[in-house]
Design a protein around this ligand. Structure first.
Ligand code: UDX
Length: 431
């Protein structure tokens, strides 16, 4: 099929490249000329495992192209994916101006008599499908020449390509049978569980899924705080609790809280949506508060142990909001670093891939591109991202390099007993 994917961020680029990989003819569109020029030269604008390879393979096969020409791309495509950002506004509401701008651009380019499906992949407040429909109709596009679909993405950064290829489910929200058929045909080769819903349900499924996952994390973080006070180990608790198949072990890793490009903004947007419709979302408020508390409590722990932070070298291992990405959006590491800097600490940071992104936003940091160099002379090490290479560090060497062997493990990657045996003062979360 001929597709246009508008927006070449994580979602758009992964979606476009993967659909091309399934044999479709895909044009990825973005108004950012520099990004399109780079993509045409084979430069992927962010780190995502496996993406570069499928972009190159499909570009070479001629199935994947990049353009800034929205009108031309709409004209030659039968399915149009809107995959642009919906960042938070200061009051938490999702900013849908980019979705509206794209919908207007699509409306201008639509030809009469050709049926096109317009698919919303961007995470949008419930009701956006109706707004997109209204924009097209108001621009004179004939009612029977298009259908709007909500097809939310559930891609995790760091494993987005494999998530796309083996999804737990594909949600198709529509009110038009032609659209249902076309989109289910598009996904057919993935052999995945397809759920057909109304547009409004599909829009809420995305928010509800992210909110539930964030709830699981905040829940275990709250249990971790209780563990610390009563002397239990949250890892042992989570391992046993998670074996109940009704609960499940995933997303029960306690730590410094959830961050990233989705959870923080989507939770805020859902809270705002609820309030706009007259409901006070008590659980969402609480998970948000617990998430903020995780950073406060962690910094508090560091202060309690190190006393005065002024002039002390603290090494932060990991900056990305999670491993296998260079994304720093709402990364807990940055909040911790800001607090430590404000208390006078000298921060040295190491991240296997996020250094380049971090250099753009953090100014008062010293970066090291070698992990042991970063640790050399530190009065404390803070683990902020659970990159695999941190689990495999030579801890004897780490101890020798540090001025004082103190580790604050914000992701619980080390075994407290072993750390004690090695002679570290070790502080995890909830253990
Ligand atoms: C998330 C959803 O998982 C995905 O389905 C959606 O489409 C986009 O948002 P992503 O933001 O890439 O994906 O990361 P995810 O793996 O979900 O982690 C989110 C945050 O939660 C990270 O900061 C991570 O460190 C944290 N987390 C995750 C925990 O603190 N504990 C856990 O047990 C799991």
């Amino acid at each position: 099929m001929k597709l246009a994917v508008i927006g070449t961020g994580y979602v758009g680029l992964v979606t476009g490249a993967c659909f091309a990989n399934l044999g479709n003819e895909v044009i990825c569109v973005d108004r950012d000329r520099q990004r399109i020029t780079g993509l045409n030269r084979g430069q992927i604008p962010f780190y995502e495992p496996g993406l570069q390879e499928i972009v190159h393979r499909n570009t070479q096969a001629g199935r994947l192209t990049f353009s800034t020409d929205l009108t031309g791309s709409v004209k030659r495509s039968e399915i149009l994916f809107i995959a642009v950002g919906t960042p938070s506004t200061p009051n938490g509401k999702a900013d849908v101006s980019a979705v509206i701008a794209v919908a207007k651009g699509i409306a201008k380019a639509m030809k009469p008599k050709t049926f096109k499906v317009i698919v919303n992949k961007s995470t949008v407040p419930v009701g956006m499908g109706d707004i997109v429909t209204k924009i097209l109709l108001e621009d004179g596009v004939k009612k029977d020449s298009f259908a709007v679909v909500s097809n939310p993405e559930f891609l995790r950064e760091g494993s987005a390509v494999s998530d796309f290829m083996s999804p737990d489910r594909i949600v198709i929200g529509a009110s038009d049978n032609r659209a249902f058929n076309k989109i289910s045909e598009l996904y057919r080769s993935l052999n995945a569980h397809m759920i057909f819903t109304s547009i409004k349900s599909a829009e809420l499924i995305k928010y509800a899924s992210n909110a539930f996952l964030a709830t699981k994390i905040s829940f275990i973080n709250e249990i971790a705080s209780i563990c610390e006070r009563v002397g239990s180990d949250v890892e042992e608790v989570a391992n046993a609790v998670g074996l109940d198949h009704r609960i499940g072990r995933e997303f029960l890793n306690a730590g410094i809280g959830w961050g990233g490009s989705c959870f923080p903004k989507d939770i805020l947007a859902l809270m705002h949506l609820a309030r706009e419709h007259g409901y006070d979302p008590q659980i969402l408020d609480a998970i948000h508060e617990v998430n903020n508390y995780q950073v406060d409590a962690f910094v508090g722990k560091i202060e309690k142990q190190l006393k005065n932070l002024r002039g002390k070298k603290i090494t932060v291992l990991g900056l990305a909001f999670k491993p296998e990405t260079d994304d720093l959006r709402d990364a807990p590491s940055l909040k911790i670093i800001d607090r430590l800097i404000s208390k006078g600490a000298r921060i040295t940071a190491y991240d296997p891939v996020a250094e380049k992104t971090a250099k753009k936003i953090e100014k008062q940091l010293t970066f090291c591109n070698k992990v042991y160099e970063a640790i050399d002379g530190a009065e404390a090490v803070v683990v902020a991202t659970e990159w695999g290479e941190f689990r495999d560090l030579d801890l004897e060497k780490v101890k020798k390099l540090m001025k004082k062997p103190v580790i604050f493990d914000g992701r619980n990657i080390y075994n407290p007993k072993r750390m004690k045996e090695l002679g570290f003062s070790y502080f995890g979360v909830g253990r």
